[in-house]
Ligand binder design. Sequence first.
Ligand SMILES: [Zn+2]
Ligand SMILES: [Zn+2]
Length: 286
Amino acid sequence: MNKTDRDARSAFASLTSSHDEPATAGLVPCALIYGGSCLAVRAATLALGCVPWPSFAARLAAEAAAAVLLVDLVSGILHLVLDYCDPGPALRSLVARSKDAVHRTRGSDARYRAAGPWQQLVWNFQSHHAAPFPEHDDQLRELSLLVTPLLACTALQYAAGWLAPAAARVWAGLLALGYGVQASHFWAHQRVHLGAASLPPLVARLQDARLLLHPDVHRKHHQTFDTNFCIFNGWANPLLNALFRLAVRRGWVDRSCVLQVPPEVSPEVSPPDEQRERSVGHAKGG
Ligand SMILES: [Zn+2]
Ligand SMILES: [Zn+2]
């Protein structure tokens, strides 16, 4: 495998390329994601602490439900912030419409290779809008790089007595579920592109029960890119959609500085799997 091929495999390949991006380029977005997530967990643990639970088991069940809601909310905060970061003037109009096109761009496009690592990361993230399926990289590995150190930090904070047991349980639950966020997201896309029958039956049932992300919920995001940012199961969408509308009203969001996906590129408006199965049935029946 030559160097170009290797570079095309990873969204984080050219950390050493020459560019004039400041080292602090991602600082504010990362602070927003981390700060917003910490605030949400703090609010949830405070609220849980105010309830007179009839038993410890009831409290544990509530904490587990809170962890599910919070992982969805955190996934939405991360998604929203990265969707509205600027990949830079050179990459804003660079639309790749397939996984192969994304990999070719990483490997050989001069504009991509001249961009800084933060702009490249933002471009790779936003490229999902024009090329939603299949996933461009090993998402479990990339999420592990983020989640595992945070899980270790949580354990250390608890062991040092800096984190209350209830907060530690909620953080641990949230982070453990964090490993599955992109799996749930791409199962929703898989159902649109390959049909429900391509999924493990339990996954399709959990999607129908809205315990995992259902394509009907996520499709709305891919039609307008400005709603339904949450990608674990969508429970936190109403809250985050309201916050996003507030941010738009206040002028905190600049839609002109993101990857510009042309309106005709709307790959997720393909028929739902039920219609798809019907059309396959018709084709087979002649
Ligand atoms: Zn998005
Ligand atoms: Zn998606």
